[in-house]
Design a protein around this ligand. Sequence first.
Ligand SMILES: [Zn+2]
Length: 414
Amino acid sequence: MREAHAHIAQLGRSLTMVDLSGCSSRDEALEMLAGRAGVMSGDQWVLAHGARPEGWVDASGGGARWMTREELDEACGGRAVCVWCFDYHALVGSSRALKLAEIDGGTRFEHGRVEVDGDGAPTGLLLEHAALALWGAVPEPTEKERHGVVRQACAHLKALGYDEVHDLKAQGWLGSVLSDLLAAGEVDQRFALWALREDLDALMGTRASWDDRVALGGMKIFVDGTLNSRTAWVLERWADAPEDRPFGTAMMSHEEIEDSIQFAKEREVPIAAHAIGDGAVRAVLDGIEATGTQRTGHRIEHAELVDASDVARFVEMGVVCSVQPCHLLADIEALKRGCPGRLDRVLPLRELIEAGLVCGESLFFGSDVPIVRADHRDSVVAATLRRREGMDESEAIGFGQRLTEREALACFGV
Ligand SMILES: [Zn+2]
C-alpha cells in the first residue's frame, strides 16, 4: 500500500513522546507528564502529543480546558514542556519552554496567537505560528538521532503494510538519511519527498546521492488552517466561527500562491498544497490556472470541502486530489456544527471519480500520520460508511459520496 500523506520524522519523534490521546481528563494528562519528567535527566524537554481538551472531563466541574503554563511547571518540576494538541495546530508550553522560545504576553504573530490572561501574561496556549515558534526552540534530533527516529517511523509504517510513503513536509536532510538506511538494508520502502519552500533547495542539493527508492515530490505550501479550529478557508461562512474571521483564515494570498507555484516551476517541481476548506481549494486551482502549470503534477492535500463547481477542474487541470478520509471519523460533530448547510460538499469522492479522477492514480488516500494513526482501515471505514462504525446511517456525512471497499483500497494503491 501507499501512504500518500505522512510526516516521517515527526512520526518517529512522536513514537517517543508522551501520548495523551487516551486521557480522559486534564489531571490524568498532568499525571502522565509528571511521570515522564520524573525519569528524565538534565535539561531534557518533556514532549507530549495527542491532547484533546474538548474531550476531557473536569472533576472539579470547571469545564474542559487546557492546562495552564503554571500547572505544567508544577507537574514537571519547572522543566521545558511542550504539549501538542492532537491536530498539531495548537500547543501548551511551560514557563521555561516559553522563555527558551522567547515568547511572552506581548509577542505577536501574523498567523498565530499567544493566549494571555487578564494581566497580559501568557497562559501557555499558543496557536498556529506561535505554536510552531515554540516547537522551533525544541532541540532538533542530532545527526545521529535522526537515523534512529527515521528508522523507527519507517518500521512502524512497514508493519502497517505501507511499502511506499510520501512525506509532505520533508526536512532538508531526510533524503540523505533515508538513502543511508536503504543502503544499509535497515529500511525497505519507496519514498517521495515534498519540502517547504525554505527547505526545498537544501533537499534538492542532496539529491545526487539519493538511493533509487527515494524520489523528489516537490514543494509543499500551506494555504489555510484546520477544520477544528475553524481556520479552514471556506466559501460559505462558518456557522460558529469568531466574528472577525467568518470564512476561516487564508494563510496565503492569491499572489503568494502564484508566487510559490512560480518558485517551484523554476525548479521544475510541482506543488502540494495544504487546502482544507473549499475556499482554499479554489484558490489553489485558480493559482495553477493563472500560472499556466496545469498537468505538471500538482497535488491538493486534504480537500475536506470541495465546491461542486471545482470538482471537474481537478480532472481538467490534471491535479491530484490527496485526501485523508480517516479524519472524517473524528470530525463528524465539528462538521455538523460548523457547516450544517455544506455537509454534501465534504470529501465528494464519488463526484471526483465520476468526473474522471482515478483511484490510486489521481485520487490518493493517506492519513497525515502522526496527527492520526496510519491504519488504512480507518480511511476505508470513513470512505465506505461516511460515519463511524456503529453509527446510524442517518448520521453519515454525505452518504451519497461513499465508495465501495474496492475503490477505497485502490486509493491506497492496492
Ligand atoms: Zn500533513
